[in-house]
Write a protein that binds this ligand. Structure first.
Ligand code: FAD
Ligand code: EGO
Length: 445
């Protein structure tokens, strides 16, 4: 069997490894140039949080150790309040941590791993433009502006949130699609290492500045810098027009970060970049007959408020591989089973990510943020087996995302009724007591 993969991002390059391992001949086409050949610009690394789902998928192609050893552990969140006061809260036990991974390094590792299989060929600067899926044909535009045709039994679209293969499928088959842009955009800034080449903040933490409408996070990099991501509504981004506006804004909301970023660097970086949009995308089904399949962001882009987009995309590859194992070479059943089985989970994590966005936006200050996490921890301490915090289930287990929503709703019901009983009894007992005193009920005895 011969497969074409469209897109050599995180998911496409991992899927190439999986299919190669199953003995398929794989041709991967990536629109951009080979990132391994580009020079590394210092202080420009973008990082991602890797958790259990992504790790297990990497483990299935023997890459977990290599990737994890190049990442930085984040055992806890560190909350920065508006006065610069810090509070830390562990994610769980000492082996429950998320990892900060350099996106580019991970992509390079995956591309090299894919290429090390003799049955994989990588084609860079080949942009997918059209297809004839019944014929198993895909057409790419190379860097000379020429059209290149390729044929295969299976075409896998891993070309991201703005997938060109998905656009083609939308026009040619019965296909459901919905997308939603949120009012927030994001911008990446950076905290460089200190002059004596040290991390400027504790590095084994996910740093969070929760400010309701404005949110900022920082993840550590191996070069001892941090990458900051600022999330704000676009209209706020647009209202900041001058260095003065920017410094007033940062002084008010993120004062402790100004010195870490550097005042000049903050202004330079802010005004030389522009805020990028955040989109949530759902579609159905993920396959076309026995010929085509969408994986990763192409199938389910989500807002980044759970740190699960990549993890879910990598898990897609693992789930598909498990189905391959079960069905052998019957592509039609494999693809159909995959769509049916994966859809409820992809939909669930898109919803959970959106839910987190709304929750975090509504938590006006860091007290609220900390309090909510404390309540979760206490409930987990009282009922370690039956109450598991949502974040723990999503990040540290491979429970299916749609099961997590079910379990969460159930847990919430239990907690709500327990609170109800507590409230009611704290009202009824004193009332009965007072009433019985007043009426001298004991005289009846
Ligand atoms: P992409 O990474 O988008 O790769 C698609 C590839 O296809 C690219 O290489 C592109 O060049 C190529 N391509 C596109 N069009 C064509 C074409 N026509 N022909 C050929 N090739 C094409 N996820 C996490 O798990 N943890 C996090 O902490 C996290 N943080 C995030 C923070 C932000 C601000 C954002 C926006 C996302 C974050 N994510 C995170 C999500 C994560 O980035 C994505 O889910 C992940 O990159 C999806 O991988 P992908 O391979 O499906 O798509
Ligand atoms: C009450 C309090 C309800 C991504 C807190 C919900 C997300 C949400 C974007 C963090 C961690 C990896 C992330 C926590 C909550 C990445 C993450 C969390 C952000 C923003 C992120 C946590 C990249 C939500 N994980 N998380 O519990 O620490 O809690 F803050 Cl803006």
């Amino acid at each position: 069997m011969h497969a074409i993969i469209v897109g050599g991002g995180l998911v496409g390059s991992l899927e190439a490894c999986f299919l190669a391992k199953r003995g398929l001949k794989v041709d991967l086409f990536e629109a951009r140039q080979d990132i391994r050949l580009l020079e590394h610009v210092k202080g420009r690394s973008i990082n991602l949080a890797l958790s259990v789902r992504g790790r297990e998928a990497l483990g299935a192609v023997d890459l977990e150790h290599e990737v994890v050893s190049g990442g930085i552990r984040m055992n806890a969140r560190k909350i920065h309040d508006i006065n610069g006061k810090l509070s830390a809260q562990a994610y769980g036990t000492k082996d429950q941590y998320i990892l900060s991974i350099d996106r580019r390094k991970l992509n390079e590792t995956l591309l090299s791993a894919a290429e090390s299989n003799s049955n994989v060929t990588l084609h860079f600067k080949h942009k997918f433009i059209k297809a004839d899926l019944d014929e198993g044909k895909a057409v790419f535009l190379n860097s000379d502006g020429q059209e290149v045709e390729a044929h295969a039994d299976l075409i896998v679209g891993c070309d991201g949130a703005y997938s060109a293969l998905r656009r083609h499928i939308m026009r040619t088959t019965r296909f459901d699609y919905s997308q939603e842009y949120i009012p927030h955009g994001y911008m990446e800034l950076s905290i460089p290492p200190s002059k004596d080449d040290k991390f400027q903040m504790d590095h084994n933490f996910l740093h969070i500045w929760p400010r309701g409408e404005f949110m900022m996070i920082a993840l550590p990099n191996q070069d001892k810098s941090f990458t900051l991501t600022l999330f704000m509504p676009f209209n706020i981004f647009e209202s900041i027009k001058t260095n003065e506006d920017l410094l007033i804004f940062f002084n008010k909301y993120f004062k402790d970060s100004i010195d870490l970023i550097g005042m000049k660097e903050l202004c330079d970086c802010f005004f030389s970049s522009k805020a990028l949009p955040l989109v949530s995308i759902k579609c159905w089904p993920y396959h076309v007959g026995k010929n085509a399949l969408l994986l990763g962001d192409a199938a389910h882009a989500m807002v980044p408020f759970y740190g699960q987009g990549m993890n879910c995309g990598l898990e897609d590859c693992l789930v598909l591989d498990e189905i391959f194992e079960e069905f052998g070479n019957d592509l039609e059943s494999i693809l159909n089973t995959y769509s049916i089985s994966r859809n409820p989970d992809a939909k669930a994590i898109c919803d959970l990510a959106m839910y987190n966005y709304v929750e975090m936006r509504d938590l006006v200050n860091s007290r609220g943020f900390l309090f909510r996490k404390k309540v979760d921890n206490i409930l987990h301490m009282i009922m370690p087996n039956s109450f598991i915090p949502l974040y723990t289930m999503v990040s540290f287990t491979r429970l299916r995302y749609h099961q997590i929503i079910k379990k969460w709703k159930f847990q919430k019901k239990i907690v709500d009724s327990a609170l109800y009983v507590l409230l009611l009894s704290s009202f009824i007992i004193p009332t009965v007591f007072i009433a019985s005193n007043k009426l001298k009920l004991w005289n009846l005895w």
